[in-house]
Design a protein around this ligand. Structure first.
Ligand SMILES: Nc1ncnc2c1ncn2[C@@H]1O[C@H](COP(=O)(O)OP(=O)(O)OP(=O)(O)O)[C@@H](O)[C@H]1O
Ligand SMILES: [Mg+2]
Length: 807
């Protein structure tokens, strides 16, 4: 490791002024931090974090390099950032604070989203502005006065997309920091730089050889994985690093573990201690009222338990210990919900409870995100696997893995990652504090290097061949893998001449631009250019493209003889980030924002409320769904059978059958012609083995509703159970008759029809119904829209002399 040099003699020669200094800012989800790197003539370059004095409320102060990324507006003049604000988060009632109004935390998760904090003052209206306030605070307390001409790097998760990077740059500007695109440094890269500079890496980087590295950064709000290659130049011993792949953006961090502790351990205990049932408090009361007050306690319990477990492990006592008895304990807390107050006496977290919470987070098989009403669960192996897949590497190909981020201090996380990289050297910082400070220090080192050399320490490279798909699916190379970015050069465009296939009689006004990653033909861009005129065969088109150091791919095209007719498109980080937040999530986000802008909505928006409820239910967030339905009824001001019935459904699914029945009956009272609520009640009784009650309910329902098919079927099912000695085939037959032709049945009716024909064993009818169902399912698959024409490369693919690479 001693042979590796970042600040070589070449770099030193570039140092002109007497004292060069640079800053790195780690703008974290949970904690932020500032480091300063400097180089005095005659000395060695040094780097250290800056201690920041943070005010408490109403008075006092603490000093620490870690600044919690929390803002509390305790009064007109009392803007608290850091430790003071974090303390107030646990006692928001002291200063009458409310999340997203005058109390902000974990807002980094909202960066890049359209979400606004509608209850907040304009100046705090979204995540970018909050980041701006944090940065301004850091600048004023750690940089001002000394760093006038200093260069500054701010770090972002490697997986941040263009809009998230843009928001971060906006925040810098808001804070009065002048940063360029490439002054944003990826967090894992920064951590690795710091680790290499510390000279402690267990792996030796041999000159002339390439080391495959993984940086696993598991922080408070993100889990970022970067796969990098490190080469040490044989002659100069200089380190050359390039990023091969990074994981997709995963919103997963220690904060999710805290939330899990709050909802799985602390809230259930609080409800029990205060004689409340699991659903006696609403979603909003639990999520917005209890959660913020309990997060700090959860985090304390987690950290203290992890330290305890680590200690026991060092003594080789943990494995044999009774996990129920290994416990962390905190002092009692008072919790407030409006005027009500609750007491949670000496909350604890046992190792058994903790291991259960961790299980899904460390699962190697279930690599998809699961969202419940209150929280998100995702395995840390999702980003790990994702980054390795993108890099085309297996765990055994990796020489060295560096674990950083505060959540890497969790012993079980360390074990899991070490086991995954069995054959690699796994490195940590020895001092737990260093783990949380390394990103800021790495950023400061990079800023210093850049100040001297005008370039980043890490060269961004294209991870995979980028190619344009031309007619006949032939690929034309655009940028070869491992090209150092920017390509072709800063602010320049590469160009390719295209045409409409000259030997055919194609006329078209739609040209398909399809750009793929060449290895797996993964689509990067699939855009149709709607040209305002018809193009005949042989018409020439110029396509220009480039890729910035920030990995943004731009392309534009125009008609050679009419450059005014143009097409333009760009893709952010094309080979890294293909995030589709899911149409349901997106719908929710947009609808909620729309309603917020309207001031919450009125009775006219009730349909939107119901749509939001069903969307949440689709995501399995039933309590939130109920919350929206409750608001809908409130706005409406009178009973509505559909809404009450839905509420009944969701309570049923949550297992609160008392409320379920109450709501179905209420819904039934609100309608004179619809048997739905009672039908659902009957079904609920049936599913719980209460066949007598079920029969009664279905008979009542049938008095109201004329759609007898499903009703008769359910009635026959109930009777089959309550009077098993008698056959009820006749009722099934009656039901089948009542259904009518299968093609006219709704999806719901078709399901019940199948139940009925199966019950009587009518093979022909079963087959017919199953085929109808198959037919409908097929129709649901959207057709691929491909009537646009792929271009050809002028002169053909093979004839080009300067082909950059072969496929
Ligand atoms: N000893 C510990 N054991 C377990 N977890 C810890 C320990 N120390 C810190 N953490 C957790 O680490 C997280 C903070 O880590 P870090 O400071 O790296 O995050 P961040 O940089 O703010 O977030 P991000 O990088 O995701 O934006 C918190 O969730 C904290 O509870
Ligand atoms: Mg971090």
């Amino acid at each position: 490791m001693n042979e590796v040099k970042i600040f070589t003699a070449d770099v030193e020669a570039k140092r002109r002024s007497a004292n060069v200094c640079a800053y790195g800012i780690d703008l974290g989800t949970t904690n932020s931090c500032v480091a300063r790197a400097s180089w005095q003539p005659g000395g060695k370059p040094i780097c250290d974090v800056v201690n920041i004095n943070q005010s408490l409320w109403p008075e006092g102060a603490v000093e620490s390099p870690l600044v919690p990324s929390v803002i509390a507006l305790a009064g007109v003049e009392d803007k608290l950032v850091g430790a003071g604000a974090k303390k107030l988060r646990a006692r928001p009632q002291d200063a009458n604070l409310m999340p997203e109004r005058d109390l902000f935390y974990e807002t980094k998760n909202d960066i890049g989203l359209r979400k606004t904090y509608h209850r907040a003052d304009e100046a705090y209206g979204n995540a970018a502005k909050i980041a701006g306030h944090l940065l301004r605070y850091l600048k004023e307390s750690a940089i001002n006065g000394q760093g006038k001409n200093a260069s500054i790097n701010v770090t972002v998760p490697a997986s941040f997309q263009l809009n998230q990077r843009r928001d971060t740059l906006f925040a810098c500007k808001f804070a009065g920091l002048k940063l360029q695109d490439d002054d944003l440094l990826d967090e894992p890269t920064a951590a690795l730089i710091d680790y290499i500079m510390s000279g402690k890496a267990p792996h030796s980087f041999e000159p002339g050889k390439t080391t495959q590295c993984v940086v696993f950064d598991f922080g408070g709000g993100t889990c970022d994985v970067a796969v990098m290659e490190i080469t040490v130049d044989k002659r100069t011993k200089q380190v050359l690093m390039s990023q091969v792949a990074v994981s997709r953006y995963h919103r997963l961090g220690g904060g999710d573990l805290d939330t899990a502790i709050v909802h799985e351990v602390l809230i259930p205990r609080l409800l029990r201690e205060n004689s409340l049932g699991p659903l006696d408090l609403t979603w909003a009361e639990k999520k917005r009222g209890l959660e913020p007050q309990l997060l700090g306690t959860a985090e304390k319990l987690k950290e203290s338990l992890c330290r305890g477990i680590n200690h026991l492990r060092k003594l080789h006592k943990y494995d044999k210990a009774d996990k129920e008895k290994v416990k962390a304990r905190c002092s009692s807390v008072d919790i407030y919900l409006g005027k009500r107050s609750f007491y949670l006496s000496e909350p604890t977290l046992s190792a058994a409870e903790w291991e259960k919470i961790l299980e899904p987070f460390l699962d190697r098989d279930l690599l998809f995100a699961r969202q419940t009403d209150y929280r998100l669960t995702q395995s840390v192996f999702a980003p790990l696997q994702d980054a390795l897949d993108r890099a085309g590497r297996k765990p055994e190909d990796i020489d060295f893995c560096l674990m950083v981020g505060g959540s890497s201090l969790i012993p079980q996380v360390r074990d899991a990652v070490e086991e995954y990289f069995q054959k690699s050297a796994v490195g940590y910082f020895d001092d737990p504090m260093d783990i949380q400070l390394s990103v800021a220090r790495g950023a400061a080192w990079n800023a210093l290097y850049k100040k001297l050399t005008n370039r980043n320490l890490i060269r961004a490279v294209v991870q995979e061949d980028l190619a344009l798909m031309t007619r006949g699916q032939a690929l034309y190379p655009l940028i070869p893998a491992r090209t150092v970015l920017p390509f072709p050069a800063e602010n320049e465009w590469a160009r390719v001449e295209l045409e409409i296939h000259p030997q055919t009689s194609i006329f078209t006004d739609k040209l398909l631009f399809k750009i793929v990653g060449a290895t797996a033909r993964q689509t990067i861009l699939h855009e149709i250019w709607d040209i305002p005129e018809y193009l005949e065969a042989g018409r020439e088109i110029i396509m220009e493209y480039n890729m910035t150091a920030g990995k943004q791919f731009h392309c534009r095209a125009f008609l050679k003889d009419d450059p005014e007719v143009a097409f333009e498109h760009h893709v952010e980080n094309p080979l890294v980030n293909v995030v589709n937040p899911g149409s349901t999530r997106l719908f929710i986000e947009e609808k909620e924002e729309e309603l917020r802008k309207k001031g919450g909505g009125t009775a006219d928006d009730v349909d939107d409320f119901v749509q939001l409820a069903t969307s949440y239910a689709e995501l399995n967030q039933k309590e939130r769904a109920i919350n929206w339905l409750r608001s809908a009824m409130n706005k409406l001001g009178h009973a509505d059978a559909t809404i009450l019935n839905l509420q009944g459904n969701y309570y049923g699914e949550l297992g609160d059958h008392e409320r379920e029945e109450k709501l179905y009956r209420e819904a039934d009272r609100a309608t004179t012609s619809w048997g739905g609520p009672l039908f659902n009640l009957a079904l609920s009784f049936y599913n719980r083995g209460k066949y007598k009650e079920a029969t009664e309910a279905i008979e009542q329902a049938m008095k109201k509703d004329h759609r007898q098919g499903p009703y008769l079927t359910l009635k026959a099912m109930c009777l089959d159970k309550s009077e098993p000695q008698i056959t009820h085939k006749l009722i099934y037959q009656q039901a089948i008759k009542a259904f009518g032709a299968v093609s006219t049945l709704s999806e719901w009716e078709l399901g019940w029809y199948l139940t009925a024909v199966r019950a009587v064993g009518d093979a022909k009818a079963i087959k017919e119904a199953e085929e109808e169902r198959k037919k409908r399912n097929k129709k649901g698959i959207p057709e691929v829209y491909e009537d646009a024409v792929l271009p050809v490369v002028k002169g053909g693919l093979v004839k080009r002399k300067k082909a950059m690479f072969d496929f």
